[in-house]
Design a protein around this ligand. Structure first.
Ligand code: PPS
Length: 285
């Protein structure tokens, strides 16, 4: 798409779905409610997977809501123009979504009892997913080439800026009891165990049968089949269906099919440098 990103407090946004006025409103005036749950992620980390899981948990594993209501209406993005309109129709407790970095997240969250689930993913896989996503989503600039886009990503010169800054920023919350971290890789390895951990964090008790139903309905295959969750009903102003699909591969380690050795080593060097002050170890595949 032909447009320029604009900056809000140093972070890049596109003019179609965002505005400075709205971002200012979300940061300073948006009212977080004590029973809200926020799915917070850097783009392509597994956001929609969590929306599906939480939609099912909150409805006691009844898949009706997931099968009848579009995923972005179930858990709107608080910082987008569309999301702000959509969230007015939500009943409580609300599950809301955001890609905002820590420093511009709604201030009212920090004096509330609301909860955050922060989903992380191997940034190399995020990059690959983003590379394909940016080609089909209208509020992203088209990547020039894999090589150039990789540089842009490493320098944080993409929508929502740097993955490294996003993670470093949000990890300030890591010891708070209302902040829960889960990785895309953990979800892959043990979806059932992750759902149980999420239920515990939310204070929700569901029997084994209900957990099994949630596992079944939140699988990649089930979400890819569900037109309410697979973005096939996204308007042409939002997504170009001729160029690819949202539910792309849903695997871990796809970066190995895309990166050269040199690109991977360059990525590792930037990773070491940017993450060196964070006293946390992540195990990416
Ligand atoms: S977005 O646009 O930022 O909200 O995207 P996000 O939802 O964070 O991430 C999209 C990637 O998650 C994959 N996905 C899944 N993987 C496994 N299981 C399930 N159920 C699932 N749902 C979504 C989706 O395919 C994107 O990853 P890639 O690697 O592109 O396939």
């Amino acid at each position: 798409m032909q447009f320029d990103y604009f900056l809000y407090k140093g972070v890049k946004f596109s003019p179609g779905s965002y505005s400075e006025e709205l971002l200012q409103h979300v940061e300073n005036e948006f009212q977080v409610l004590d029973d809200d749950v926020y799915i917070v992620t850097y783009p392509k980390s597994g956001t929609n997977w969590l929306i599906e899981i939480l939609s099912l948990i909150n409805r006691d594993a009844d898949p009706m809501w997931c099968n009848n209501v579009l995923i972005w209406l179930r858990s709107p993005w608080i910082e987008t123009k569309e999301g702000q309109l959509q969230l007015k129709d939500l009943s409580r407790p609300r599950v809301l979504t955001s890609h905002l970095p820590f420093h511009i997240f709604p201030k009212s969250f920090f004096t509330s009892k609301a909860k955050i689930i922060y989903v992380m993913r191997n940034p190399k896989d995020i990059f690959v997913s983003l590379f394909y996503f940016a080609k089909i989503i209208c509020h992203y600039k088209d990547p020039e080439s894999f090589e150039q886009y990789l540089e842009d990503f490493l320098q944080g010169s993409v929508l929502y800026n740097s993955w490294f800054d996003h993670v470093n920023g949000w990890m300030q919350m890591k010891d708070n009891s209302n902040f829960f971290i889960i990785t895309y890789e953990e979800l892959h390895q043990d979806l059932r165990g992750c759902i149980l951990r999420i239920c515990k964090f939310l204070g929700k008790e569901l029997d084994d049968n209900k957990i099994d139903i949630i596992v079944k309905h939140s699988s990649f295959e089930a979400m890819k089949e569900n037109k309410m969750s697979n973005y096939s009903l996204g308007t042409k102003e939002f997504i170009d269906h001729t160029k690819g699909s949202f539910m792309r591969k849903g695997i871990t380690g796809d970066w190995r099919n895309h990166f050269t050795v040199a690109q991977s080593e360059r990525f590792d060097r930037v990773y070491q440098e940017k993450m060196k002050d964070l006293n946390m170890k992540f195990f990416w595949e």
